[in-house]
Design a protein around this ligand. Sequence first.
Ligand SMILES: CC(C)(COP(=O)(O)OP(=O)(O)OC[C@H]1O[C@@H](n2cnc3c(N)ncnc32)[C@H](O)[C@@H]1OP(=O)(O)O)[C@@H](O)C(=O)NCCC(=O)NCCS
Length: 209
Amino acid sequence: MIDLLQRQLDGRLIPEVYTALDTIASAQGKLLGAEEQIIARANNKRRQEFVAGRTLARRALQRIGYGATDIFAKDRIPIWPPSIVGSISHCKTHAIAAVAPRCKVLSLGIDVEENQAIPPDTIDMICHAEELGNSIDACYTATLVFSAKEAVFKAVSTTLPYIDFHDVRLQFSSASRSFLAQIRNGPSLHGSYFIDRVLIVTTTFIRAS
Ligand SMILES: CC(C)(COP(=O)(O)OP(=O)(O)OC[C@H]1O[C@@H](n2cnc3c(N)ncnc32)[C@H](O)[C@@H]1OP(=O)(O)O)[C@@H](O)C(=O)NCCC(=O)NCCS
């Protein structure tokens, strides 16, 4: 199942973006450099998700020919090598990382969620009515909307002031499994989504012109 989703990610994103997806349990590599400091006082669950994110970031970097490097963080925001943009996400069971050369992609955001319904009373906080369309099960569609907006947030968090869910308006195209995200008083980002029985993965990026 992971292989299938990984193949979809490889084939459907722009060629310059490389991803690595795995279960948290299977992605327990070694931390490098000062990464241990970030997680020194964390509980076991947090340690495992952090280690998985770093392990998969290095797997993704390897896919673009970049050697093993430590990825420190400030306020949880990963500090990538100067020539790289990237993003990390984890849900309960899985983790994912995406990277791209900065000369091709200005910023990148990725998010993974369990493919589950979100509580009905949180839908209005996350979604504009039109983002739910005529969906039969709004609670599942809202999980996709939530994921896409989290990915957008990660892609712009270092360049824009704090944005709220309602500051982002999504237009989905189900035929191409893509979306356009328009940020109020901000840029628009292209995005793609991937759904299987277990996971929802969303990615957004701004291409270098
Ligand atoms: C930080 C946030 C984006 C995601 O955190 P999360 O719930 O732990 O979800 P994920 O597992 O998908 O992502 C965590 C990873 O994102 C990265 N990250 C954290 N904060 C980040 C930020 N501000 N910008 C970019 N990446 C960030 C980190 O790599 C982190 O993993 P790590 O600490 O193990 O390295 C989110 O919780 C948050 O702070 N949201 C507030 C803003 C918001 O939701 N606005 C509405 C959306 S428009």
